[in-house]
Design a protein around this ligand. Structure first.
Ligand SMILES: Nc1nc2c(c(=O)[nH]1)N[C@H]1C(S)=C(S)[C@@H](COP(=O)(O)O)O[C@H]1N2
Ligand SMILES: [Mo]
Length: 523
């Protein structure tokens, strides 16, 4: 530390821009250490309580419908990765700013970080099912970050050098030591929280070992002609890894079936709780049902068809004996998500509404609701398809609301007739061009699909076979196209004669409408 003595003008009397950079770095490292410690504490207290995830979940809940549409449209199933990435970037910039502020105007940088901690603690405590303990991760983690930042930045501040008459020194070695500690804490805490959240690996291992009982009532066999097997056309049955995933969970609930149970309660004469083993002992049924998301844009792929194994919700309700006046079932997920489904839909003897435990021949994937979820033919997922379901409350639309209803989405969510062109995409050879896709009107069924090129005549497509009205249907047509650019359009008619409207509507509040069109350049 002789540097300062060489310069009589005492260059360290004020901090240099160089130090501003170091201070910003200290801010980022202190912030990272704080968040990592919060993760670690959360892994011990309650996984949902981490500053990052509670904050992220609050953002997800607060997102207005148009922004949600935008995110789903642009990032699809990656919307969560994009959200967490954006939060990380914002936090890193904020932490760098805090470091710089702490150098310039102490203790404003430390205060900025403290505010984040307080907000994180409040948001965590306000999460559904939270306890006051949920404040701990933010308090401990961000408290630590404040201490680290203050200690580190103090070292950057010049202090009079007792060995030099006219100079002052900056304790660089001390600064590096403290920031090094911050970096170490970040890495260790992160590793620790990872190790503790190995719980997810544990649930996966439990899931792998499960052998589901055979269905007492098997689904009708899929007719040979249900899948036209064209390149680029969505297969009739969507394989689990390709099945779209939509939920508000930044961290998917990890439920061990042995700890899981479903409570059926509310306006019923005989409330009861059913365990996993009791559920497996019931006569299970299998049904093919196409699930669709209300956020699916025209032509979008937030739709998939699977074979579901489960127990009829109707039978669970029969056992509970709903009381007069009830008109809704509020299903609740372990993560707090809720859906409000009309009681009469769930009691309909002609509708295969299931408490599902199997998907395409295996236990539900964890992302799709393991160990149990609801599947209701004909309703969008947001009002029916609760994953990780733990409670069915018989109630009224007056008394209760599902998660999305106060957020601007319709109370009722019947699926609208829709169709999509999968083939061709982009280009085709001149002559007879095969046009193919899928069409759906769950629980009513598809009666007709028509396609046309540009302003030409509508051509009726050949419909593929289907197991029934609860699934989508593939279709295929052949259209003569000359060289040049063309626009293909499709429209479906449901089995009751309702023609898909051309009028375009966005997904909110109750599902997109309009015809799907694709441009092809024919050469
Ligand atoms: N717990 C929980 N269940 C949920 C949701 C959710 O956010 N949380 N989203 C619903 C919506 S909007 C849809 S479209 C379907 C999607 O089911 P999938 O992810 O298995 O395709 O799940 C429904 N069930
Ligand atoms: Mo959805």
């Amino acid at each position: 530390m002789t540097q300062a003595t060489e310069s009589p003008a005492s260059p360290r009397a004020d901090s240099s821009p160089h130090d501003a950079g170091w201070a910003a770095l200290a801010g980022v490292l202190a912030g990272a250490a704080g968040l990592a410690v919060a993760e670690l504490v959360a892994a011990l207290v309650a996984p949902g309580a981490s500053t990052l995830f509670a904050g992220g979940a609050a953002v997800v809940d607060a997102v207005p419908p148009w922004l949600k549409d935008f995110a789903v449209e642009w990032f699809g199933t990656n919307d969560k990765a994009v959200l967490l990435g954006s939060i990380a970037v914002v936090l890193a910039l904020g932490a760098a700013l805090a470091g710089w502020l702490e150098l310039r105007r102490p203790p404003s940088g430390a205060l900025l970080i403290a505010v984040v901690g307080v907000v994180g603690a409040i948001v965590a405590v306000l999460r559904p099912d939270a306890t006051p303990l949920w404040a701990l991760p933010s308090v401990i983690g961000i408290g630590g970050a404040v201490i680290l930042l203050r200690t580190a930045v103090t070292k950057l501040r010049p202090v009079p050098d007792q060995w030099a008459e006219s100079g002052s020194v900056v304790d660089r070695r001390g600064f590096l030591a403290v920031t090094g500690i911050a970096a170490g804490v970040a890495v260790l805490a992160l590793a620790g929280s990872r190790a503790l959240s190995a719980g997810s690996a544990a649930v996966n291992a439990v899931r792998e070992k499960i052998r589901l009982p055979a269905a007492r009532t098997a689904a009708p066999e899929v007719p040979a002609g249900a899948d036209l097997e064209l390149d680029g056309l969505a297969p009739y049955i969507t394989p689990n890894p390709e099945f779209y995933r939509i939920d508000t969970a930044l961290r998917v609930p990890q439920l061990d079936p042995q700890d899981w149970s479903l409570e059926v309660h509310g306006m019923v004469d005989e409330p009861f709780t059913i365990t996993w083993d009791e559920l497996l002992a019931l006569p299970l049924e299998e049904h093919h049902v196409t699930l669709a998301c209300v956020s699916n844009a025209v032509g979008g792929d937030l739709i998939g068809n699977a074979l579901w194994l489960g127990y009829p919700i109707r039978a669970l309700l029969e056992r509970a004996k709903p009381q007069a006046g009830a008109d809704m079932v509020l299903s609740r997920s372990d993560d707090g998500f809720t859906a409000g489904t009309p009681l009469e839909v769930l009691q309909d003897p002609d509708r295969a509404s299931l408490l599902a435990i199997g998907m395409n021949g295996e236990p539900l994937p964890v992302d799709h609701g393991f160990p149990a979820r609801l599947v209701v033919p004909g309703l969008y997922g947001y009002v029916s398809a609760t994953k990780w379901v733990t409670s069915l409350k018989v109630t009224t639309f007056d008394a209760d609301q599902g998660y999305w209803t106060p957020r601007g989405w319709s109370e009722l969510g019947p699926i609208k007739v829709q169709s999509r062109i999968d083939v061709p995409r982009g280009s085709a050879a001149a002559g007879a061009v095969t046009v193919a896709g899928v069409a759906w009107a769950q629980h009513t069924g598809i009666g007709k699909v028509e396609v046309r090129a540009d302003d030409g005549e509508w051509v009726t497509a050949e419909l593929a076979e289907t197991v029934g009205s609860d699934t989508w249907r593939q279709w295929r047509a052949s259209i003569d196209l000359a060289a040049g650019d063309h626009t293909l359009a499709v429209r479906a008619t449901d089995a009751e004669g309702l023609v898909q409207t051309e009028a375009e509507a966005p997904p909110a509040p109750d599902g997109a409408t309009g015809w799907h069109t694709v441009n092809v350049s024919v050469g």
